[in-house]
Design a protein around this ligand. Structure first.
Ligand code: ATP
Ligand code: MG
Length: 171
């Protein structure tokens, strides 16, 4: 049984994440997906709650070719302890998939094998770019899996992002 680990903030979950997870599913028996900064929501960089992100990921991966577990993980703001914290919250895994330099560094130092998947259409498949488009009323729905559009409709996600971006008095 080979279990792989993949972590992100998924603000929101987008096609880049989906593409990578579909590739990982071909290489492992099970995938553990960590939702980082799980405790943060309702900010410009982290608008969605851990539970909302669980919905986006679980629904988008309903047809995935292997079982997966979605685990919210609070940020402890202690990089030197972070891998131990992750391991304390997740099912055991054999390797980590990440292209984030800090994540790669921390897992490598901890002796966990790391593979770095290639980026998929990174210019537009990017949480930062998608949040910017939501704020500015630009096209974003085609950059995320269809179930993510449904979740964001259900929680009125774009209106939330726009409201928290306003200044006092503009409420
Ligand atoms: P943000 O801009 O908010 O940081 P992001 O698009 O980088 O969002 P994260 O949730 O930070 O998404 O990333 C989770 C993981 O997904 C990271 O390892 C990141 O490198 C990877 N990732 C992000 N975008 C892509 C993409 N287009 N293709 C492949 N991997 C991606
Ligand atoms: Mg990122």
């Amino acid at each position: 049984m080979k279990r792989g680990f993949y972590i992100g903030r998924f603000q929101p979950y987008h096609e880049g994440h989906q593409y990578v997870l579909e590739q990982i599913a071909k290489e492992v028996d099970e995938i553990v997906i960590g939702i980082g900064s799980a405790e943060i929501s309702h900010t410009l960089d982290n608008p969605f709650t851990a539970g909302e992100r669980v919905l986006m990921i679980t629904r988008s991966l309903a047809g995935l070719s292997c079982p997966f577990y979605v685990i919210p993980i609070e940020d402890i703001k202690r990089n030197a302890l972070w891998v131990s914290h992750v391991l304390s919250m997740t099912p055991p895994f054999d390797l980590c998939y990440s292209s984030n330099p800090l994540v790669v560094r921390l897992f490598t130092e901890a002796g966990v094998p790391v593979k770095s998947p290639a980026m998929y259409e990174r210019r537009t498949r990017s949480g930062t770019e998608i949040r910017k488009r939501m704020l500015n009323g630009k096209v974003w729905k085609r950059l995320v899996p269809a179930p993510v559009v449904d979740v964001l409709d259900e929680i009125d996600g774009v209106a939330r992002l726009r409201q928290i971006a306003r200044d006092d008095g503009e409420a």
